[in-house]
Design a protein around this ligand. Structure first.
Ligand SMILES: C[S@@+](CC[C@H](N)C(=O)[O-])C[C@H]1O[C@@H](n2cnc3c(N)ncnc32)[C@H](O)[C@@H]1O
Length: 257
């Protein structure tokens, strides 16, 4: 099974699909010397979609992230490629997945968190797809994270939003971290938390942990294996064609009409 990985970055998502059994080909507008699979530099908004069994896309997320409201980022403009990418994938005729930050306007989507998937990581990412996926239960965040590290001294106030900074030597293996922007744990701790050992710090801040797309990729592979053979009846007993992403636009109401 061949999967096209649009907006591929340094290949966090790609590695998860690879582990789920896909042969992955990546496309990014910038050179990606650390991408671990076949790579092409190009514009994902116009890259040909033919010849693949499935497509994944991770359009830039900065314009949809709550971080854009930070005072020092206010007024900054970002490419808003979610809606056009969504439309292209819908028209592709093959199963697809699109990923973005939790705040992105993506109805009929699921949110994955590293802590739920067994990683020492609080990192929410939203996934929409052309096929039915169930939302995993979310494991409660039990620790206060400050500047990307667990704040041991404030543990009793977990959930209160208490902030603080821990020196890196107090970071204990296996405790959760979060990875974003220019704050965060030492790069080696971040790599271990993400399950990625081949990226720089900047690449890590952009990446999806492979565990997320391995889980998604296994659902995608099941879906491909269950697709009706051409020429046979194509009944839709669950009504998923109505529910699937095709019947609405990103940003529109989440309530089907
Ligand atoms: C969120 S990152 C992707 C992270 C990647 N999925 C991973 O898991 O490592 C978004 C990527 O989109 C790329 N990008 C932005 N605009 C693009 C375009 N028009 N065509 C292709 N890539 C683009 C950026 O260079 C960046 O690497």
């Amino acid at each position: 099974m061949r999967l096209l990985d649009l907006f591929c970055g340094a290949g966090g998502a790609a590695m998860g699909y690879h582990r789920a059994g896909f042969e992955v080909v990546g496309v990014d507008i910038k050179p990606q010397p650390h991408y671990p699979f076949e790579f092409h530099q190009g514009d994902a908004t116009t890259w040909p979609l033919d010849g693949f069994d499935a497509i994944h896309a991770s359009p830039p997320c900065q314009g949809y992230s709550r971080m854009r409201h930070l005072p020092w980022l206010a007024g900054k403009e970002y490419p808003m490629l979610l809606a056009t990418t969504w439309s292209r994938l819908e028209a592709s005729g093959v199963p697809w997945v699109i990923e973005n930050v939790e705040d992105a306007p993506m109805p009929y989507s699921v949110v994955l968190c590293g802590w739920t998937l067994g990683l020492p990581l609080y990192r929410h990412r939203r996934f929409g797809a052309s096929f039915l996926m169930w939302q995993l239960p979310h494991r409660r965040h039990e620790h206060v994270i400050a500047h990307g590290r667990r704040n041991v001294s404030q543990r009793r106030q977990a959930g209160s939003g208490t902030m603080g900074v821990l020196p890196s030597r107090t970071q204990k293996a296996g405790l959760p971290v979060s990875i974003q922007g220019h704050s965060g744990p030492p790069v080696q701790v971040a790599r271990e938390a993400m399950g990625i050992d081949w990226m720089t710090r900047d690449e890590l801040t952009q990446a999806i942990p492979p565990a997320y797309t391995q889980w998604i990729g296994e659902r995608l592979a099941e879906h491909i294996a269950s697709e009706p053979v051409a020429g046979l009846a194509t009944a839709d007993p669950l009504g998923t064609d109505t529910l699937r992403a095709g019947s609405f636009s990103p940003g529109a109401s989440v309530v089907p009409e």
